[in-house]
Design a binder for this molecule. Structure first.
Ligand code: GUN
Ligand code: ZN
Length: 431
């Protein structure tokens, strides 16, 4: 029996990047008295409620959420699930932070039972923060990724993850080898890639922790399977960048290291990309690679201020990443606020509409999933959020005084947190 539910509330989603169409309202659709019709987990209508309610299929259930907002689920384009327990590790920048906090914590994920408990908690927290899709780092232990995918599959989530490949410059207890990383990744791909809503990402941690031989293995995996992602870190911190130049003296720059190993391209997602030279920007653009902009992490670890305008100028699909545990929380509203603050410091102020675009359709485009998620396009998967703009007394006080959509979105972005996320809907079902 087919299942049909109509949700009535204010509805907002994006059709295009509002930055591209400044001064025009064609980039988004907003229906103050709107509705979504969801049939068998897919969006079949989105519009003003009087239109959506015409000739509803027999037996359609009606959910009246007047006063609430429906938006597509948030997309976190870069996050480490094993790093929840190093959140808020203060006092150091990237390379010391990895040694002091991150590597010891990741060791624990060789225990699949432990990994499974943390994966459950992580996914519960993603959902309560409104994140419905994420591109996720596991650890070097393949069982960390089995545990993650198992939990994501049980919840019917659209998730992308992979095993870290790392064969040097880290503690012995976290090292694999080029051959074992190839074999372990291949076995995970065979078990999980394209199973339900899951996809696999080949995940060399970053250039300093992989030999050239291992990076070649990563390229080989990409060539041997269709539809895989490549997920890694790029040009986050000045000391890291100097180290990459020492380790790969024949490369022109950091991007060139990945390029020489066949790792650039559509479906390759590079977290950070804070410090890039002109040629690197060009090559990122010409290769069709994507960037995960991680403003919270870049501020917390003191890495730098990402140049979003430059990414746009080169046509590089860009989404937002929390980068927990370098970032300080799993909240995309908070990450939008951080992105806004970075744009202010750069004197390239983004609008709240642009921030909401980045967290939804922008993320979907960066992951090449915009034919499935990120907007209320007919046929898309019904992963969406019910937002309560009056979730706290302070929010109620402030949002009641807003006069425009943009002002309201600004308040939600700057003052909101997970309390604003009243419900998270996955394939039409309340999670
Ligand atoms: N570079 C290499 N590994 C990591 C990591 O775990 N977090 C961040 N932020 N950067 C990295
Ligand atoms: Zn990261």
């Amino acid at each position: 029996m087919s299942q049909s539910v109509v949700w009535r509330a204010s509805v907002l989603h994006f059709l295009e990047d509002p930055a591209k169409q400044q001064g025009s309202e064609d980039a988004w659709e907003f229906f103050e008295d709107g509705a979504l019709l969801v049939e068998d987990g897919l969006i079949t209508r989105c519009g003003p409620s009087d239109q959506v309610f015409k000739n509803l299929p027999a037996g359609t259930e009606i959910k009246d959420l007047t006063g609430r907002f429906l938006i597509p689920g948030f997309i976190d384009t870069h996050v480490h699930y094993p790093q929840l327990e190093v959140l808020a590790g203060c006092g150091v920048q990237l390379l010391d932070w990895l040694n002091q906090y991150t590597f010891p914590a990741e060791q624990k994920f060789a225990d699949e039972q432990y990994a499974s408990e943390i994966a459950q908690f992580f996914l519960d927290q993603c959902l309560s923060h409104g994140t419905t899709t994420a591109l996720v780092f596991g650890t070097v232990a393949p069982q960390s990724v089995d545990a993650f995918f198992q939990q994501a599959h049980q919840r019917n989530l659209r998730m992308i993850a992979g095993k870290v490949m790392m064969d040097r410059n880290a503690p012995d207890y976290l090292l694999d080898t080029p051959q074992s990383s190839y074999e372990d990744s291949k076995a995970l791909i065979n078990r999980w890639h394209n199973k339900g809503r899951l996809s696999y990402a080949v995940t060399p941690r970053f250039a300093p922790t992989s030999s050239s031989e291992q990076l070649h293995m990563a390229g080989r995996l990409l060539r041997e399977h269709d539809g895989l992602y490549l997920h890694t870190h790029l040009s986050e911190n000045p000391k890291e960048i100097d180290w990459v130049q020492e380790l790969f003296p024949d490369s022109k720059h950091y991007v060139d290291v990945y390029d020489q190993h066949g790792l650039l391209g559509p479906r390759s997602v590079f977290a950070h990309s804070v410090h890039l030279c002109d040629h690197s920007w060009q090559r990122m653009g010409s290769s069709g690679s994507s960037i995960a902009f991680c403003p919270g992490s870049n501020l917390f670890l003191g890495s730098g201020l990402f140049n979003l305008n430059r990414a746009k100028a080169h046509g590089i699909p860009t989404g937002l990443g929390t980068d927990v545990g370098g970032g300080t929380n799993l909240c995309l509203l908070n990450t939008m606020k951080d992105a806004y603050q970075v744009s202010q410091l750069r004197e390239e102020t983004i609008s709240p509409l642009q921030a909401f675009y980045l967290a939804t359709l922008g993320g979907a485009r960066a992951l090449h999933l915009d034919d499935k998620i990120g907007s209320f396009r007919t046929g898309n998967e019904a992963d969406f959020l019910v937002l309560n703009p009056a979730a706290t007394p302070m929010l109620q006080f402030r949002t009641e005084k807003t006069k425009t959509l943009e002002e309201l979105l600004g308040v939600l972005m700057v003052m909101g947190d997970d309390r604003v996320i009243e419900k998270t809907i996955i394939m039409g079902q309340e999670a």
